[in-house]
Design a protein around this ligand. Structure first.
Ligand code: CMC
Length: 431
């Protein structure tokens, strides 16, 4: 794989250590420190994994300095303009764009699996009406593992494919059931003649009492948002799915672990947090006060939807969503949304502020996505659920890549221990 090496010198023994350097197809090379402990008795230390590649992957590439995002080599801007979420799902899972027949077959398989077992629907009755939908989503997705005993042998490629189809097909149905439960409306069954996003919108907004027509503008906007959220290499939730999956756990349980991680406001929960923040700021006059709060080290307030571990430039997804925001709101007749105006002004002020410039803090994917979800009628508490639906395909692609790699071992990080050294137990009456 490589013939380049780095040399490290151990100051205690003066011995030098050869560290092999592996180059990928593009992007930074990695130092292979796998034998460092065995040969030299030291670990490496990188809290937050800012400089650690946890695996090899050929799914998604990000250049954070340039603001580039490629799915299987294709720029996300081209996919956003020309592709569909279902086609992007095929691409992420299989590595290549599908032919017409492959796409049709893939779509049919997804459509065929959209229904969920009726017993799963009864799970929702156990939740209080105001349960957070992410809590319901992760629990019910985890419960899918109790339904498919005969077809989740992770070492069988056919079982893995069936799992992939099932979870991508069923997650919108589960999300819609969670929404309907939270507003006390009857569940709406999926319809096989509709596209992925049309079906989702119908399951969300139709009621049995009357006909419902899906707004094509809304379906198109949702499809585009799903493309942009479909994958983002080794982010916290994807790494969680990989780590859980590396132990050989049931794949539905691994996806549930990913959903739990995505929920956090530093990750996918940011889209919900952005709208709450805009509500709190209230009006343009208050922006300076909140910018000052975000800059104050003693204040926990952060500008939600700003900053990213990898992007030190404008998040390419945010750029697309920002443009789309205007178009969609105009088409839906909601272009005078005061929150959009507030968000744009906030962005403008932050991008000129020395603190944000110096720290290279730019709007991320979540800054504008909530405004579109809101315009589509999706309630704020469902925003992260929308993200989870789209990201499921990325999680599955990474899980598949990992499980089918014979070199995969259980993920098991080490630590720098700073606790007490060995000491003897003291009897209770002597303490
Ligand atoms: N507002 C104010 N200051 C910030 C912000 C922000 N949103 N983000 C980072 N900083 C500061 C941070 O305080 C730190 O300052 P200093 O160097 O003085 O200690 C510096 O910028 C570097 O930040 P960091 O916390 O070390 O960066 P990180 O890579 O650990 O965290 C992040 C990345 C996304 C968690 C963080 O930028 C953040 O909390 N942003 C707001 C939440 C958000 O929008 N999350 C969505 C991320 S994109 C979608 C996704 O991943 O799901």
């Amino acid at each position: 794989m490589t013939d380049k090496h780095f040399k490290l010198v151990n100051p205690e023994t003066d011995k030098s250590v050869d560290i092999p350097l592996h180059e990928g197809s593009v992007g930074p090379a990695v130092l292979d420190i796998a034998s460092l402990y065995k040969e030299h008795g030291v670990f490496t230390y990188d809290p937050g994994f800012g400089a650690t590649a946890s695996c090899k992957s050929s799914i998604t590439y990000i250049d954070g300095e340039q603001g580039i995002l490629l799915y299987r080599g294709y720029p996300v801007e081209q996919l956003a303009e020309k592709s569909s979420f279902i086609e992007v799902s095929y691409l992420l899972l299989h590595g290549e764009l599908p032919t017409k027949e492959q796409l049709q077959r893939f779509n049919q398989q997804i459509v065929y699996h959209t229904m969920i077992n009726e017993s799963l629907l009864r799970f929702f009755h156990g939740f209080h009406y105001d349960a957070h939908p992410m809590a319901m989503l992760s629990s019910v997705v985890s419960s899918l593992s109790a339904f498919y005993h005969g077809s989740t042998n992770i070492h069988e490629p056919e079982d893995r494919d069936l799992f992939a189809t099932r979870i991508i097909a069923k997650i919108p149905t589960i999300a819609a059931a969670a929404y309907k439960h939270s507003i006390g409306q009857p569940f709406i069954y999926p319809r096989n003649d509709l596209g992925y996003c049309e079906n989702l919108l119908r399951m969300f907004f139709a009621v049995p009492a009357e006909e419902y027509e899906v707004d094509p503008v809304a379906a198109e906007a949702l499809d585009l948002l799903f493309i942009l959220h479909a994958d983002h290499e080794q982010n916290a939730s994807t790494s969680t799915v990989r780590l859980a999956g590396s132990a050989g756990t049931n794949p539905y349980a691994a996806i549930a672990a990913g959903i739990a991680t995505l929920w956090g406001p530093a990750h996918g929960g940011a889209n919900e947090a952005v709208l709450k923040m805009l509500d709190e700021i209230g009006s343009v006059e208050n922006i300076d006060k909140y910018i000052a709060k975000a800059k104050d080290r003693n204040d926990p307030f952060r500008l939600m939807g700003f900053g990213h571990r990898v992007y030190k430039n404008y998040d390419p997804r945010a750029k697309i969503i920002r443009e789309m925001c205007h178009k969609v709101l105009k088409k839906l007749g909601k272009e005078d949304d005061p929150q959009l105006e507030l968000a744009m002004r906030l962005e403008e002020i932050a991008l000129k502020d020395e603190y944000f410039v110096e720290k290279k803090l730019y709007p991320n994917v979540d800054f504008y996505s909530g405004i579109i979800y809101k315009a589509l009628g999706i309630p704020v508490s469902m925003f992260t659920v929308m993200f989870a639906i789209a990201r499921t395909v990325g999680w599955v692609a990474h899980w598949q890549e990992m499980i089918s790699d014979p070199a995969t071992r259980i993920g098991r990080p080490r630590q720098l221990y700073t606790g007490a050294t060995r000491r003897d137990y003291v009897d209770l009456d002597k303490r």
